[in-house]
Design a protein around this ligand. Structure first.
Ligand SMILES: Nc1ncnc2c1ncn2[C@@H]1O[C@H](COP(=O)(O)OP(=O)(O)OP(=O)(O)O)[C@@H](O)[C@H]1O
Length: 608
């Protein structure tokens, strides 16, 4: 007996539309069909569990096979199966209404089609993206039911007949269309299965091998797992990566459902940061590794898996952003990560410090982008000084307050962006008993701004932004050994010797032990130039301006009493030599100026 009929959908030409717009993602048909097979198998297990199915469960593997000659892909399960009536109900009505819905949504959001693709669980109908004919042969688990066969060529017509099938379960046969023959290659199929089916909860066999791990560790309780388990799982996910630093096991069932494991990877350098390393699953079915809206931006640098049936996957991205569950998930993950870091910091500060080089980018990035995270992280974020010692905000304040508070009661924190190049300035600061922080990464330039905004009565200054006396201004002004006329003369000599309008000369009373000449670039000037270089803040014009420096001549250095007494014709030469030495210590001497300096120096030692 054969029954023919029409699938009741409103859009006659659903098939070409779906095929055309899902083209780039048509491999998902395999995910959909294998996960249907897995669902049917799990339903059978559940029925067995509650005594509604009392027969032999037997081997419950789902088997995928390819027949290149016959041009078919077959997916067989031993799940609950379907009777003819059920096929009519579930496939003709439910499966196809899903497809109709897809087209309806697609029509509403024409411009966003790329975002719909891949987010939409197209279900059974996705088979028609690669097949020009699909057969279902199924036998229900219920005693006394007849097996049935359903055939459809993707039009709205189907045929349903009796079939011969001994075994309980469903076999889906796809007759692969000419333009999709790539799916008859076993390697291609294996790759797709590996991508989407790797952690499905029922064994899936392909070419005689089970391709999945049905019990991934994120589905287990943390108390059942050892460190080794977590490390091995990381290796399973990213075979070529170095071992992770540490991990967080996520496990929540209220107000939403979410499990997963997030790993802090070992990073070699900042440019190697990799996004899209977190995989998103829904009940162990791989969905995507674009977790942008589910995981806070700064945590996308982490690796691992998140599994949640509560993330709406079959809607467009703009909807996802507005989804209340997604927002809650975001907040939850941020909080969990902060708590875990705090935990490690408190229980094992040594490990925390040891990994600081790898984790500081996450933490600083997180503090910059999320105020809630800042509030938690401010207790464990570390400031590292030039001696390599780490301090929390509180500790650092206690360390520097007595010595580095200026006359206006501001705490001045000193930092270097390059301890090597700014060595002379770092030395000068350390000699004063000041402490100098190492803030030398790309993210640090933003972090400095954040610190000033958040820490009360605190300013940050780069060590070379002022002469040592002005860096942290105290009340004790130094007496100058030179009178005003002498100072004026020194200033003129230097101006003539330097002869550069971007070098602003000033004569100041410093300690006789300080350098005779110090070149600095004011903090505000450098920051504005940095900003304009980074392309922001309406400071574009600053980028084109030549660098302007302050040249501070130390009135109390013995050299300058000698200079005043020197012969007129030698004065400029001495000033130039002192200035060049200052340039040299800052790595600023090059080209013809360097050549002239070397020549002059040789002459000077030759004279003695
Ligand atoms: N292998 C199978 N064994 C038993 N029933 C099946 C099988 N495949 C599909 N079905 C039935 O057909 C229905 C429709 O399947 P379809 O994949 O289109 O939608 P779905 O699985 O309900 O949702 P989704 O869009 O998430 O895939 C299923 O709900 C199920 O009842």
């Amino acid at each position: 007996m054969e029954e023919r009929g029409n699938i009741s959908i409103h859009t006659e030409n659903i098939f070409p539309i779906i095929k055309k717009f899902l083209y780039s993602d048509h491999e998902i048909f395999l995910r959909e069909l294998v996960s249907n097979a897995v669902d049917a198998t799990q339903k059978l297990k559940r029925l067995g569990g509650i005594g509604e199915f009392t027969g032999e469960q037997g081997d419950l593997k789902v088997v995928v096979s390819v027949d290149k000659e016959a041009k078919t892909i077959t997916i067989t399960d031993r799940g609950i199966g379907m009777t003819a009536e059920e096929i009519k109900k579930y496939i003709n009505q439910i499966a196809f209404s899903g497809a109709t819905e897809f087209v309806e949504r697609y029509k509403d959001q024409g411009g966003e089609k790329n975002q719909i693709i891949g987010q939409f669980g197209l279900g059974f109908y996705s088979a028609f993206m690669v097949a020009n004919e699909v057969e279902i042969i199924s036998k229900s688990f219920r005693d006394g039911t007849e097996p049935a066969r359903w055939v459809c060529d993707g039009s709205t017509e189907f045929a349903i007949t009796e079939a011969t099938k001994e075994d309980r379960g469903t076999t889906i046969i796809l007759h692969i269309a000419e333009d999709s023959e790539e799916f008859l290659e076993t390697e291609r199929v294996r790759t797709v299965l590996n991508k989407y089916c790797k952690f499905l909860p029922v064994e899936v066999e392909f070419e005689g091998q089970v391709i999945n791990n049905p019990n991934p560790i994120w589905t287990k309780q943390p108390s059942e797992l050892t460190d080794e388990d977590y490390k091995n799982f990381y290796k399973e996910l990213y075979p070529f990566s170095e071992a992770p630093l540490f991990w967080i096991h996520l496990n929540v069932d209220y107000p939403f459902n979410l499990t997963g494991i997030l790993y802090f990877p070992k990073i070699k350098n900042e440019f190697e940061l990799q996004r899209n390393k977190i995989q998103l699953y829904s009940r162990q079915v791989f969905i995507t590794d674009e977790v942008k809206d589910v995981v806070p931006e700064f945590l996308m640098l982490l690796h691992g898996v998140i599994d949640s049936p509560d993330i709406p996957l079959n809607v467009s991205r703009s909807f996802l952003q507005a989804d209340a569950n997604v927002k809650k998930i975001n907040t939850y993950i941020t909080k969990k990560v902060a708590d875990k870091l705090n935990d490690i910091f408190k229980k094992d500060r040594e490990t925390f410090e040891k990994n600081w080089a790898d984790i500081n980018v996450f933490i600083k990035y997180g503090m910059l982008s999320d105020d809630k995270f800042y509030e938690k992280a401010k207790d464990f974020v570390l400031l590292q000084n030039t001696e390599g010692k780490n301090h929390t905000f509180e500790e650092y304040k206690a360390l520097t307050q007595a010595n580095q508070t200026d006359k206006t009661e501001q705490l001045v924190l000193l930092y270097t962006t390059d301890a090597d190049k700014q060595h002379a300035y770092v030395e000068a600061a350390l000699n004063r008993g000041y402490d100098v922080l190492k803030l030398d990464t790309v993210i640090d330039s933003h972090f400095i701004g954040l610190l000033e905004q958040k820490l009360e009565k605190t300013t940050l200054k780069r060590v070379d932004s002022e002469t040592i006396d002005k860096l942290i201004q105290k009340d004790d002004t130094k007496e100058s050994v030179l009178n005003d006329t002498e100072k004026e003369e020194i200033k003129k000599v230097y101006e003539q010797a330097i002869n550069n309008q971007h070098m602003q000369v000033e004569v100041a009373a410093m300690s006789p032990d300080d350098a005779p000449v110090v070149i600095t670039m004011p903090e505000f000037m450098r920051r504005m130039k940095d900003m304009s270089r980074a392309g922001g803040g309406g400071m574009m014009f600053m980028g084109d301006m030549p660098d302007t420096y302050n040249v501070t001549v130390n009135a109390n250095h013995s050299l300058h009493q000698r200079l005043l007494k020197a012969k007129e014709e030698n004065k400029e030469r001495i000033a130039r030599q002192a200035f060049d030495l200052a340039l040299l210590s800052q790595n600023m001497l090059s080209g013809s100026a360097l050549t002239a300096f070397v020549k002059r120096s040789v002459e000077l030692i030759d004279k003695e």
